[in-house]
Design a protein around this ligand. Sequence first.
Ligand SMILES: Nc1ncnc2c1ncn2[C@@H]1O[C@H](COP(=O)(O)OP(=O)(O)O)[C@@H](O)[C@H]1O
Ligand SMILES: CC(C)(COP(=O)(O)O)[C@@H](O)C(=O)NCCC(=O)O
Length: 456
Amino acid sequence: MRLHRCEGCLAACGREGRAAPLPVLTRNKLLKRARHSPYSPPMSNQNSNMAEPAPPTPPDNNTPPMPWFGMDIGGTLTKLVYFEPRETNRRELDKETEVLKNIRRYLTRNSAYGKTGRRDVHLQMDNVTIRGRRGTLHFIRFPTSEVGAFLQLARSKGMADLVKTIYATGGGAYKFEEDFIKEVNMRLSKMDELDALIAGVLFSDSMNSHECYYWAPPDEQPVHQSSTDSPPYSEAALSMYVRKPFDFSSPYPFLLVNIGSGVSMLVVNAPDDYYRVSGTSLGGGTFLGLCCLLTGCSSFEEAISLAASGDNTTVDKLVRDIYGGDYARFGLPGDLVASSFGHMCSAERRAKVSREDLARATLVTITNNIGSIARLCACNEDIERVVFCGNFLRVNPLSMKLLSYAMSYWSRGALKALFLEHEGYFGAVGCLLNLDMKRQKKQNAARNSCEPDQER
Ligand SMILES: Nc1ncnc2c1ncn2[C@@H]1O[C@H](COP(=O)(O)OP(=O)(O)O)[C@@H](O)[C@H]1O
Ligand SMILES: CC(C)(COP(=O)(O)O)[C@@H](O)C(=O)NCCC(=O)O
């Protein structure tokens, strides 16, 4: 019998076959490729939520002046990461202005800024070391549509007088570059968003022992083994999933799926060896946009809470609605969605459907489509670990559990869906790490060209 690894193989291999591991040869090939993260986690970091003090690293005398920010201006949300140094050195104490102190106080003592800015206090990362400085990372977000209000705030807090350059990534770093110059005379030092994303993921995982996790039932057994079990997308099945830590210290290769407004999928072989393998325009922006249209909701949080109490089977046409049961020959269970929104061509059904059901069906449609593309990419590239990130997963355990189920079920247990605590902030973190690297590289190059040749 030929071995397939597509949906159809469930029919060829039978239901029992789906949990079988990948062929040994493929596994060995994958293991050979595994390499270690370049950021070694602090040894004492194993049991705490956030990092314990890292071993002292020599201070970098070429660091740019405080305050340090990394900014990711995305299609929907702008993410700002602020580094608060633990101790201020002599040079800085002398130089520290009232403005700098006020900025620090304003950012660290509030969790809401203006009408729409929010600090994700639960994500705060203590005891991180960046460029030889120990401190705390603060995570702030606001809608990208409010960039104008952010610039006004920056001006009113005196930030614009102090900060001459902002390290920024995301499409908005290009789109709003002129506005930053015109409004507050700040230059944007731009970094590619996918470079920043990967650097941010690896750094965050090295600093936070709880960064990477997965969802599975406590006994790790599949939740849907026979047609009498509850459907995989039902509350009964999904409530069996619990969050479990995952050791991501040997991560390579992995598929990184960033679910922002749209979706990018990257094959990552090493910190600076990756390529964008695929993407889809049906992402977090699509979910929110369609939900607003279909349910009249006005925020992501509302859309998620509607979806949490809805039932997609009143909206989606299932295999059993078409076959009266399973389509056994090709292994398609009766409760599988055959046609997303397929019931909505009936006027009678449309009249009865609830906002909750529509939100749930939208969430299931978008999530399953992303899961399906990710699975195909992972199979094509011989990759077992699929890491999902991006703010679509914010306050959204439903999608994470659906992705976990889909990855495992359709790959017969060969693929693992992984998730990251700092969801949508990695681009901004990566940008912060890159802080002033360009200036430093230039200085080093200049110094090297002046120094006598060491070999002589
Ligand atoms: N408070 C929020 N406002 C708007 N969208 C949100 C919010 N929280 C989560 N989201 C979801 O996150 C997506 C944006 O994710 P993000 O990773 O920030 O991408 P981008 O960089 O494109 O802005 C939105 O399309 C939406 O699905
Ligand atoms: C263009 C983008 C990289 C922008 O990133 P985002 O702001 O959505 O995080 C992303 O939306 C994307 O990859 N879109 C999918 C395009 C496609 O492959 O069809």
